[in-house]
Design a protein around this ligand. Sequence first.
Ligand SMILES: Cc1cc2nc3c(=O)[nH]c(=O)nc-3n(C[C@H](O)[C@H](O)[C@H](O)COP(=O)(O)OP(=O)(O)OC[C@H]3O[C@@H](n4cnc5c(N)ncnc54)[C@H](O)[C@@H]3O)c2cc1C
Length: 435
Amino acid sequence: MSAPLIVLGAGPAGLAAAEVASASGQPVLLIDENSAPGGQIWRGGPQRWRDERAGRLWDALRSRPHVTLLAGARVVAPAGPRALLLETVDGALTQPWEKVIVCSGARELLLPFPGWTLPGVTGAGGLQALIKGGMPVAGKRVVVAGTGPLLLAVAATVREYGGEVVALLEHRASGDLARFAARLALSHRGKLLQSLQLAARLRGVPYLRGAGLLAAEGSGRVERVLLRHQGRDKAIDCDFLACGFGLTPSLELAALFGCAVGQGRVAVDGAQRSSVQGVWAAGESTGIGGVDKALAEGRIAGLDAAGAAPDPRDLGARATAHAFGALLAQAFAPLPSLRTMCSGATIVCRCEDVVAADLEPHTGWRSAKLQTRAGMGPCQGRVCGAACGFLYGWEAPGLRQPVFPASAATLALPQTQGVDTVARAHPASPEQQAS
Ligand SMILES: Cc1cc2nc3c(=O)[nH]c(=O)nc-3n(C[C@H](O)[C@H](O)[C@H](O)COP(=O)(O)OP(=O)(O)OC[C@H]3O[C@@H](n4cnc5c(N)ncnc54)[C@H](O)[C@@H]3O)c2cc1C
């Protein structure tokens, strides 16, 4: 048997890459830190999926004995040349690699405002993930705020699970949204249809366009949201505030391999090859564009890694998805006016409790880190790095190994284990593991 192709991330990009690569008999080891495959959009595992594309991919993968899913395993650092260090609930593992496809997805851009650290205030996608993970919201009052189409998807999830969306606050004005819809109607009709279907599921929800978030307030947890709309200040009582200002590619895994990054995304060529030989990247880590982009790029990377030519249909789908991604980026780039949400007393680095007034005198990450400890807590700047990029134009702080927090026991693991150990530690089929 040839060495397995390692696919990092079992979201749409990783599942698509694993499926096409394994179709020719290539052994594949699919690794994800979540306990079930699916990534962000198909979170919750196969039993909850409604998108038939997810079901088809999963049915194909679980029917192939040369495909192994290692779920609940986070890649944290290199373990010597051409080996990875993984942390699982059962302990640490090392995994040698020859060919890797990085499908690490994206995370939310979280922007600071007064009260954003109160319990009950979450990222928009974060609240959706909590709900899909089983957190009850039935009967809870939820405000969804920020900008972009993800807000609609999140509000629809809240409603579906019995929550009351008391307001949907979109920072962009009605005119911007109308122009975006007109562009969708011209070249991305399927996406327009999806938006209209989501909007229909939100009938009756107060949808305030051009709304500015001022603060979250409450004693011990969020109790109300203060906002400005049409020149008037208002307060809306709520149990949760879910905020989304866009997504940003997750670059840690690509950094672990030393892949070149440009414009905040992993740089790839037409075959999804990164700058490092033997490493491909696909999905949101190479730029935000949604599930269709992730699927097309995953298939292109998987075929190339297995030594096969790309399918022209995937190349076409990728081009369309890239155009959609560019349209999204243009229509929903966070407006400079969002900077005014953050006052001097607002916490920016929530790990180290550093407020904006302490950061403002600095000209970049280096001096800010040295003198305030911003970006030096457990998240290592994953949250405040992007926020400071938006607020002050600072380039995100460089990543250090381990790229994710790891226990001392993991870091001390002798570098002797490999794929056999992985297989022995997790002998279950992908289907058994997912259930
Ligand atoms: C919070 C959130 C919610 C979203 N909700 C929606 C939605 O409702 N609808 C929609 O259309 N789009 C949504 N998106 C956009 C979403 O990113 C894409 O639609 C799609 O999921 C992208 O697929 P992907 O395979 O590129 O990445 P993802 O689906 O994000 O998959 C990446 C996978 O990599 C894994 N991973 C990352 N780092 C490691 C590591 N170190 N070790 C092991 N595993 C790792 C993650 O656990 C994840 O499963 C959401 C994005 C975010 C961030």
